[in-house]
Design a protein around this ligand. Sequence first.
Ligand SMILES: [Ca+2]
Length: 310
Amino acid sequence: MTTSGPCRWVDRVMRCLAVAGLVAFIAWNTVPAWANAEPAQPCLVIDTDAGLDDFRAVAVLLPQRAPQAVVVTEGIAAVPGGSTAMAMFLASAPSSAPVIPGLAAANPPSYDWLPDVRAGAERLNGFLAQAVPPASRAQTMTQALTQATQHCDRIDVLVLGPWSSFVHYAPALGHRIQRVLASGRPLAENNPDNFNCVYDQPACEAADSLLRGLPAVAWVDLPTDASSSPSYAPTEEMIGRLVQSGMPGVLRAALLLDPSQWLGTRLWDDTAALYLLAPQGFALHGGHFEPAINEETLRRRLVKAINATP
Ligand SMILES: [Ca+2]
């Protein structure tokens, strides 16, 4: 049977209306995610010297702010041993970012305590039997970081170590750096405990100039405390509350292997990492932020962040 004349025209109109209705229905039901969602968070680059508090800081961030790349800069750990330790630590998380070996200070000060602390950090507090350097790469640090962030139009950089690497890669990342968050206090506050600055003073001063040109910079530190049992310190009870699987489990096992290596230290870099997740718990003191919560509340929030399910 065939249709002809007015009947064929009516049939075409009805088909067109049906198709138009179907298209409208599909469009209505497939509203793109960006139309309703909050703007996507900027990418995150973590620049770390792989001290024990740096490992805790990475564990704080991983469930909620997985980084695009982790740069290991010389400070507490040296670059080779710190890079492999950090890569092995990240491998305990469901998804892991590339670890990019960074740069070392040209003329760092000599510290009599540093060799032992460095050896401990590079072995993840004894969790690894030996410190092992990474295989050398064909790419430079800046090439590797540019590649790892090639899909990022906005980048937050969390600096947990000296500035030796930052001053070299920051110009390459350019205007994509939206915010820098640093553990410690700004150069102008001249904090003698600011290891990250004095370990590579020329880089720290160069970074101070670079930071002035960036849209947002925040420094995070703990209140000054010169007592023999410092406040805002990690405790065995706190570490014992970490779950025993995955990255929290590795961190827990590593730290409990030898608490004497970290008892009496403070929650430096972990606190800076928590600021990135929950800045409302902090207050501005001069040019830097400090926790506006007591130390038990801080420890509880750190444990909760580390134990969170991604
Ligand atoms: Ca650090």
